[in-house]
Write a protein that binds this ligand. Sequence first.
Ligand SMILES: C[S@@+](CC[C@H](N)C(=O)[O-])C[C@H]1O[C@@H](n2cnc3c(N)ncnc32)[C@H](O)[C@@H]1O
Length: 233
Amino acid sequence: MKFTKTIEVKNIFNKISYKYDFLNNLLSFGLHKLWKRRLVHLLKPLDGEDWADLCCGTGDLAFLISKRVSPRGSITGIDSAKNILKIAKQKSDLKKNKIIKWETKDVLGINDISKNYDGICMSYGLRNLHSVEEGIEKVFNLLKNKGRAGFLDFNHAKKNSLSNIFQKIYLRFIVVTISRLFNLGPEYEYIEKSIRNFPRKNQLIKIAKEVGFKKAEYRTIFFGQMGILILTK
Ligand SMILES: C[S@@+](CC[C@H](N)C(=O)[O-])C[C@H]1O[C@@H](n2cnc3c(N)ncnc32)[C@H](O)[C@@H]1O
């Protein structure tokens, strides 16, 4: 079951890669860029630090972080879907960005823990991994002592709250309808299901503490639609 989910997710992102940035901008009215900036602002990457953007997709976070850690630091963007990473690399070439390294890899399959990072970020990635617990544990193992990690994703609003109703309407009627116009309906229908199975704020904090993180904070943004989890090792 778990293996199948990994393959399915990879296929989804390989398939939507060519429209990923366009649909992200359209479906979030460009707001995803602000939310990603917020995450990076909270993580405060510094010049000289080594960072990783896991499940990097087309690399939005990696580009933001590269500006902060350069010229002395490094940032590696890692994703399992070859096609989406190809777009990240093309963007990187266009921007003449030499700081970011791109690696095609399953995050949960990274076994080289000699590579230690000062910081790790993930946006809309943790929810797609076949095990959120393993994902958080992997991040813990990849971080240096006192390293920090930040995760941005949809927030589970309280059942039947205004925020929850808005999220359902948005995902079912706006996201799915628009993505169907691009023949990507089934791929985007998957989002609502994946949010349903994603741990809530308190569960995420509990997992992080059990894995060994000393500090775990969660805050919601954009009227409770999105959540940011910040962890310190
Ligand atoms: C919703 S996209 C997010 C991309 C980007 N971080 C962003 O915020 O725009 C999720 C990404 O996670 C990647 N992904 C899913 N499971 C993965 C895994 N096990 N290892 C590496 N990447 C994975 C997908 O290929 C996809 O590019």
